[in-house]
Design a protein around this ligand. Structure first.
Ligand code: C5P
Length: 239
């Protein structure tokens, strides 16, 4: 399938229409951004690594019965996906405290959160993706109650599947963000799952293997993403 007109340019991916109304092509770029787009850099190979990694994760989720927009890889940095009507509410699950939770509540980084917490954020760069709740999301018309219920259940299912997967690679899935959309009345997983949108720590050393390396200027960002991929058995040899 060929790319048609550019529909949208996100912070790390570009979205193109295809000749078919039900599909889009996502192009994973090397752009890496943090702090609502205030810090932006090009990190060589990141687009290709994330495209391959995302495909691997989406297929694992599909095998576990979680419907996603992933259809097939088209090239090293392009993927064919179902065209969803995106719901502008981000779903975050936290298994361990980090990031904005620590800043908000003064909790020590790494504190185990039992049971894991579920949070919603309104996707809006200009507002800095503010934290919202279910009631506000319904009132503002971002999602229905039923959609929110499904999004929450699906996010917990993803947590179950991926916590086990990363554990097998000796990593902790600290937290992650998912985005959902509607495809012919079904709520399905969209966007991407990559180290850009989750936190992963080595289980023993607690070494950060995710975008916090970029946010905190620790260096070795793409190298860490490659390490995560290799630990899970994602083949990067040809990219
Ligand atoms: O910043 P915060 O601690 O709230 O982030 C929680 C999780 O959601 C992290 O894994 C982070 O990478 C991810 N996230 C994201 N996109 C955002 C906000 C958070 O991928 N806009």
């Amino acid at each position: 399938m060929e790319k048609q007109s550019l529909l949208y340019t996100g912070k790390a991916k570009s979205v193109y229409e295809t000749e078919d109304a039900d599909h889009l092509i996502l192009v994973f770029r090397d752009d890496t951004s943090a702090f609502d787009g205030k810090k932006v850099e090009q990190l060589a190979r990141k687009g290709k690594v994330n495209n391959r990694f995302n495909a691997f994760i989406m297929q694992k989720l599909q095998e576990a019965g979680i419907e996603t927009h992933f259809e097939k890889l088209l090239s090293s940095n392009e993927v064919l996906v179902k065209r969803l009507k995106m719901i502008p509410v981000e779903c975050v699950i936290r298994n361990y405290a980090a990031g904005s939770l620590c800043r908000r509540l003064g909790i020590e980084e790494g504190t185990a959160l039992t049971p894991p917490t579920f949070e919603l954020f309104y996707k809006d760069d200009a507002l800095g993706d503010p934290m919202v709740n279910e009631s506000l999301s319904v009132t503002m018309g971002w999602a229905t109650e039923d959609q929110l219920k499904q999004m929450k259940a699906l996010t917990y299912q993803v947590n179950e599947v991926l916590s086990k997967l990363f554990d097998a690679g000796n990593m902790l899935l600290v937290d992650f963000k998912l985005e959902f959309g509607v495809f012919h009345d079904r709520v399905i997983l969209g966007d991407e799952f990559s180290p850009d949108g989750c936190r992963l720590w080595d289980k023993d050393t607690k070494k950060k293997l995710d975008k916090d390396r970029f946010r905190q200027g620790l260096g070795g960002v793409v190298e860490a993403y490659e390490e995560v991929s290799l630990r899970l058995g994602v083949d990067l040899s040809d990219i």
